[in-house]
Design a protein around this ligand. Sequence first.
Ligand code: FAD
Length: 587
Amino acid sequence: MRAGHCLAALAAVTTLAVAACRPANPVAMDADVIVVGAGIAGLAAALEAESHGARVLVVEANSVAGGHAVRAGGFALVDTPLQRARGLHDSPDIAFRDLMAWGEDADPWWVRFYVENSREQVYDWLTAMGVQFTMVVPAPQASVPRFHFTRGAAVNAVLPMIREALGRPRIEFLWNTEVTELLRRDGQISGIRTERSRTSGRRLYHAPAVILATGGFQSNLDLVRRNWRRDLPAPARLLIGAGQYATGSGLRLVEPFGAALTRMDHQVTFVNGLPDPRDPSGGHGLLTQNPAAIWVDATGRRFTNEAASGKVTDRAVLRQSPATHWLVFDAVGARQLTIRGAAWLSAKTIQEDILDNPTLVSKADSVAALATAAGLPPDALLETVQRFNRFVDQGMDTDFGRIGPGMTEAPPPALRQPPYYAIQLFPMTRKSMGGLVIDHEARVLGGAGQVIRGLFAAGEATGVAGINGSHGGEGTFLGPGVLIGRVAGRSAVALALGPRALTVRAPPATAPASTAPAPVVQRSQTANLPALLAQHRQGYWHFGVSHALVLERALACDGCHKDPWGTGPATSTAQRLVQLESCTKCH
Ligand SMILES: Cc1cc2nc3c(=O)[nH]c(=O)nc-3n(C[C@H](O)[C@H](O)[C@H](O)COP(=O)(O)OP(=O)(O)OC[C@H]3O[C@@H](n4cnc5c(N)ncnc54)[C@H](O)[C@@H]3O)c2cc1C
C-alpha cells in the first residue's frame, strides 16, 4: 500500500488502521537526524538537533572535523558585547544596510534574519561553548568594525564546537566515510548510502531527516568554470584556494531528486594566488599580499589602483588577457610581504621554498635586470617604476588615484632600494556564494519550488543562503554557517520528533556505561612513520599532510600523542579529545 493512500485514510480512522497502513517492511532508524559533513555548519546543525533530544549521526569524509573553518579567519557579528566594550555602535539596521549595499543582490530575508540573530544565536551561543572573541577589526564593506576574531582565528571557534559534539552521547561520528547517495522512500528522503574510504565498506543508514552540510565546490575546477560569471572571461590559469573536500558533492547528491541550484555563478575568486611549490599537482594557490607593491600586467604597466577595494582590483585583474599580474617591490617593501594558506608555511620555509625559488620569485639588483628575469619588457617596467616613484615624491598618483590628498593610510614607499622583486600571481578559487536552494526553514527545494521532504541544507553547500549577494564580505560565511546550521538542526528535529520537541531543551544525555574494552595504547613507532607515509593509503590524506610536517619539524610523537592516545588512530572519545589538543600546533 502506498503512503499517500494511508495519509488520506488516516484522518478518519483509528490507531489500529495506522498500524495497518505502515509499509509492510518498516525500516529500523539508525538516527533521528543524519548530518553530512562535520564543518562548522554541520557541527552547528548536529549540536542544535541534539540539544532538542535527537539522536544524531554525523558522517564525515575526512579523518578530522572542522572543514574550512580550521583555516579561516573571523566572523561578522552585529552589536555584540565585544563591540560595545570597544565603544562601537552597531545595530541590525546598520548591518543590514552595509550587507545589502556591498552584496548588491543579496537575499534580503536572510540578511535581515542574520543581522537580527547573529548576536544571540552565533556570538552568545559560541561564547557559552567556550569560544572567546578577543578582537574586532574593520572591513571595507562594514561602516562599523564588526569582523570578530578569536585568538588564533577560526580554528579556536570550531575546536570548542568539535569538543562539545564529541562529548554529547546522542551524537555519533562516522569518520573517513563519504555519503555517495541519498535514499528515498515513499516520496521523501529517508537515509544515505556510505562508502568508507579506508576499508571500502559500503552501508545504508536510515533516518527521517538528512542535513547536507557538505561545503562549497571551489576545489572542483570543472564546476567553477562551468558556472563562471558571464561578464568576465574565465582565466586561462586558475589555482585552487579551497580545501581538499570542497568538491560540491552535496550538489551531486541531490541531482536525482530535481533539487534546484541558485546563484552558482556567484563565487569569490581571489586574484593573488601563488602556485604552491609543495603541491605535487601544481594546482593549489597560496594567498600572497604586499601592500607596498605596485601591480603590473604583462606589458610591464600598472593597470589599477592597487589600494582600492577588492571589488575594483579583482575586476581589473580578471579583465586582463591573460588574467595574471606581477607584484613588484623593493627591499624596503619586501618587509610587508605575506604568504598564507598552507600549514607548512613558516618564516624559514617561505624563505627557502619561495623567496629563494627563481621560478616563483624574480630578484635582481636593478629594475631592468628584474624585468628580464621575470620576462617583462625592461623599458616599460623601468618607466613604470620611475613614474610611480614620482607620484610618491609629489604625493599624487595622477594615473589611478592610489596616492592623493584624501588618503587615510600612510602612502606607499617609493621603489629605490635593491634588490627588487617580482612575483607573478594568478586567480584562485575561494568561496561559493551559490548552491542548493533552501526555504526559510533550511528545507531543500526542488526546481518547481516544492519542498523535498526529509532533506535540509546549511553552510556553503547553500552558498550561505545568498547572504553575500555577488560580493563576498569579511566574516559573512562562518557566522551564517553557524546560524543556518542551527536553523537546519531545528527544522530536522521538528520533522523527525515533531514540532513539540523544539519547545523544550532535552536533558543532557548521560554516556552509556562503556562495555568496550579500553583501547590498546600503541607506543612509539617513530621509525615507521616514513614508511607509513610512503604508502599513500586511501583515506589517510590528513594523516599524510600532517605527519609530513611532523617529520620535517622533527616533532616528538608524545608532544601530541598523549595518554590515553597512543601513536595510532584515535578510536575512543577520550582519545579524540586528546587529539583535539594538537590541532593548533599546525592550524
Ligand atoms: C582559506 C579560507 C579562509 C576563509 N576565511 C574566512 C573568514 O575569515 N571568514 C568567513 O566568514 N569565511 C571564511 N572562509 C569561508 C568559510 O571558512 C567557509 O565558508 C565555511 O567554513 C564553510 O563551512 P561549511 O561547514 O559549510 O563547509 P566545509 O567547511 O567545507 O565543511 C564541509 C564538510 O563536509 C565534508 N563532506 C563533503 N562532502 C561529503 C560527503 N559526500 N560525505 C561526507 N562528508 C562530506 C567535508 O569533508 C567537510 O569536512 C574561508 C575559506 C577558506 C578556504
